[in-house]
Design a protein around this ligand. Structure first.
Ligand SMILES: Nc1ncnc2c1ncn2[C@@H]1O[C@H](COP(=O)(O)OP(=O)(O)OP(=O)(O)O)[C@@H](O)[C@H]1O
Length: 598
């Protein structure tokens, strides 16, 4: 790879040269080249970008700094998407090279230059087989058309998230690939508008698929080069009739892309891909697993300042995305199956500029102060309870075990439910622990009790009972479906005996005390050094949904897909008081698909 540092998300701005030679005023001023900062004069507003290509910058430079580094990534198995966005007439089609008009060599856009690079540099090694395929489609009036089909002009069928029936042509050299580009460009929908004599009325997606079979693995990646239709205001374009309707659909698609970008940049749990055809089609490209390069096209005409600011705002949203590209599936699966082969391999480790953020569990709550509250009365002291000062600094943390790495593959909805389940469980455990550790005030004790040693007692019976209760409730929830299916109460469930047996967990401290001191189930806090309590919930059967309705219900409950597999509660006392105690809860999940049949 020539350029070793590639941004996962690269946002550049291209300012189109002024076409009206007489006009001298401009609403834009580049106030810094490194880092690139643009000032919008009318608004006194600044925008930070990754690159700014001013009016004199040529096509080759734009190519070198946007697509060129990505071609190497695609060959290594990473999916990448480059898209041009901006107001109508700002040079998107010119930049991408998806125009049917003949161009001089200097004017050649990004697509033909990319094809040159794909075929000129050596792909893979001598032991590899390479397949390059091309597809070229357009989305016009919310319908998808295959630009490579010269005769059939009817729209393609879109089912669910997939478009069916478009050509993917195997090409063996650059000449063949460029010929396809030419055919597609000729077939694009274009119209003359007030703002652009040759305005593209569609979003065009030119895709290069790169499948490389090595001796021991296979990569299947793609590079999307997207020329979006231009955002337009009816007032300025003067469009009427069908052209007006085109404009409405174009703006709708662009608005949806903006919403998807906002959702991605804010890590939203729901990404609105389904709202338009263009977002549906780009679903596997507009996400945080790919390299993304946006070229925001603007012109410096003060009359277009509003549209320019709109484009800049869109660019800022994209810039907020934090991507972590992944090698395409074939390699990942192979890596999963043969982990040892990849220990020293460079594949999969991305030597790029922005380091991947360390995986952070959303559950870690460090130094979380326990709220002052009286919970479960059944634990013991039903008179006024004063919480000891020392408890206020008790740390409760929750950590995920290795098994939770599987969570990364889960859908955001399921992850959200897991988070909710986890925090709910943490709260309950917190209650149990406070209740078990709480100390009655002297005034609240009976005379008899006052004479006794006033040391807080940690009753294992209490902990065991309460935790068992909690786990039982969890199990009832977990098995609710299965239990209903078997129409038997939870106690009769075949798994319950197993669960009950497991719940009779062993505490090292408790055992020691039983053996040495013959004092059962009680120990004072000062005796605790480290206590681990582990209990497991065995795999539970999932009742197969029979009807459509049942299917829906089972999706709503993430528990069916991601049952809690084990919980681990541990108490650790580092000093002689509770002040320095750690209480942690670990839990792990497995995905239902991987569960062994019970
Ligand atoms: N950097 C540039 N250098 C020279 N000419 C340019 C440049 N950018 C754009 N142009 C010219 O400006 C005109 C409009 O450009 P283009 O058609 O690419 O705009 P567009 O953003 O794709 O518009 P639309 O969204 O309406 O399709 C074309 O004639 C094009 O050749």
């Amino acid at each position: 790879m020539e350029d070793k540092s590639v941004d996962f998300v690269n946002v550049s701005l291209r300012i189109r040269p002024t076409l009206n030679q007489d006009r001298t005023s401009s609403c834009l001023q580049v106030i810094s080249k490194q880092p690139p900062i643009l000032l919008v004069l009318d608004r006194s507003q600044t925008y930070h970008l990754d690159k700014i290509f001013t009016e004199e910058v040529d096509q080759q430079t734009v190519y070198n700094e946007t697509v060129k580094p990505l071609v190497e990534c695609v060959k290594k198995g990473y999916n990448s998407t480059v898209f041009a966005y901006g107001q109508t007439g700002t040079g998107k089609t010119y930049t991408m090279g998806t125009s049917s008009h003949l161009e001089s060599d200097e004017d050649l856009g990004l697509v033909p230059r990319t094809l040159d690079q794909f075929f000129e540099s050596h792909l893979g090694d001598d032991n590899s087989e390479i397949d390059i395929l091309i597809s070229f489609i357009e989305i016009y009036n919310e319908k998808v058309f295959d630009l490579l089909q010269e005769s059939n002009k009817s729209p393609l069928i879109v089912k669910g998230f997939k478009v069916h029936g478009f050509k993917q042509v195997n090409v063996f050299n650059c000449h063949e690939a460029k010929h396809l580009l030419k055919i597609g460009n000729k077939n694009r929908h274009t119209t003359g508008t007030k703002q652009n004599a040759n305005s593209s009325r569609s979003h065009a997606i030119f895709t290069i698929y790169c499948n490389i079979k090595y001796r021991d693995r296979e990569t299947c990646s793609k590079l999307n080069l997207v020329d979006l239709a231009g955002c337009e205001s009816v007032r300025k374009t003067g469009n009427q009739g069908s052209t007006f309707q085109e404009g409405v659909n174009i703006n709708k698609g662009l608005l949806c892309i903006g919403q998807v970008m906002t959702a991605l940049s804010t890590n939203a749990s729901y990404i609105p891909y389904r709202q338009s055809i263009i977002t549906l089609m780009l679903q596997d490209s507009l996400n945080t697993k790919n390299f993304i390069s946006l070229i925001a096209c603007v012109n410096s005409n003060p009359e277009d300042c509003n549209e320019t600011v709109q484009t800049l705002e869109f660019a800022q949203r994209v810039k907020k995305m934090r991507n972590k590209p992944e090698v395409s599936e074939a390699v990942s699966q192979y890596k999963k199956d043969n982990p040892s082969l990849f220990q020293s391999s460079k594949l999969g480790s991305t030597p790029f500029k922005r380091p991947a953020p360390a995986y952070q569990t959303p559950y870690t709550v460090k130094k979380n102060k326990l709220p002052l509250k009286v919970i479960n009365e059944s634990v013991g002291y039903n008179t006024a309870i004063e919480r000891p000062e020392s408890l206020s600094s008790l740390n409760i943390s929750s950590a995920l075990s290795m098994a939770d790495i599987t969570q990364q593959n889960l859908s955001p909805i399921i992850k959200k439910h897991i988070n909710a389940m986890e925090s709910n469980l943490m709260n309950k455990l917190e209650s149990i622990i406070i209740n078990t550790l709480k100390i009655p005030t002297r005034s609240s004790l009976s005379k008899e009790d006052k004479n006794k040693e006033n040391t807080p007692k940690l009753s294992w019976n209490n902990i065991q009972n309460e935790v068992s209760k909690l786990v039982r409730q969890e199990i009832v929830q977990l098995t609710a479906k299965a239990t209903r299916a078997a129409s038997s109460p939870i106690e009769d469930h075949p798994h319950f005996t197993k669960i009950k047996r497991i719940l009779k967990y062993d505490s090292p401290v408790l055992n020691e005390r039983q053996e040495n001191n013959k004092v059962q189930n009680t120990c004072t806090p000062s005796e605790i050094s480290s206590i681990d309590v582990e209990f497991k919930i065995p795999d539970l059967p999932i009742s197969k949904p029979k009807s459509r309705k049942a299917k829906r219900t089972s999706f709503i409950s993430p528990i069916n897909f991601v049952p809690r597999k084990s919980l681990r509660l541990s108490l650790k006392k580092r000093n002689s008081s509770f002040e320095d105690s750690d209480i942690s809860l670990e839990s792990s999940y497995i995905q239902s698909k991987k569960r062994p049949k019970t």
